[in-house]
Structure formats: structure tokens, C-alpha cells
Design a protein. Sequence first.
Length: 120
Amino acid sequence: MRTLCSSTLIGEFFVIGFAGLVAMKSEDLSQGTVWTVCGIAMALCVLLCGMLGRPGAIQLGWVLQAGLILSGFVVPAMFILGIAFAALWWCSIHYGRQIDATKARWAAQAQAAEGEAQAG
């Protein structure tokens, strides 16, 4: 799960950076505001990559997904990209857990087979 979620977060890191470049062209926002918000969101993406094994990291990732969708009010294309990344986040969690369970089952079967081979 960690690999899939980390890949999604790194992709978001770049999308947020590019969205910041688009948002800079808005006359309603100062560059300082744009890059403060984008910088915090980008830093959160990187920090979450390292925190994925800790409690609350997945929920914090969902908060990031909601923020990404809401950023569509500033850069309209982010509505679509935010929904796409929220779907990727869900898939990363859902299928990542299935992959982890399968790997654990295979490891247990291999260990049991190895134990039988040594005993026999």
C-alpha cells in the first residue's frame, strides 16, 4: 500500500506545483499567497510519503485530496484533477491493502513449506 500511495502523492506534488504556476496568473491572488499554500500542500505530499505507516496518515491524505478538489475554485482544472487524484488515492489504499494481504499470505505459505522441508 505504501508504494502505491507514495506514487500518488508524488504525482500530486507535481500537479500542485503546476497548479501554482497557473494560479500565479490570477490578478486576485498575490504570488506569496499562492506559493505559501502550494508550498504547504507540496510539503504535506512529501511528508505523507514518509508517514504512511503511521496512524492518521491515510486520513490526512484524504484531507489533502479534499483540498486538491477545493483548489478548483482558484484553478478550475483542479476540480477534474482533484477528483482524479482522489480516485487514485482510493485505489492506492484499496488495492494496496489487497496486495499487502496477498504478499503476507504468500510469505506465510513459503515459510510453512520451508518448515515442512526442513522437518522432512
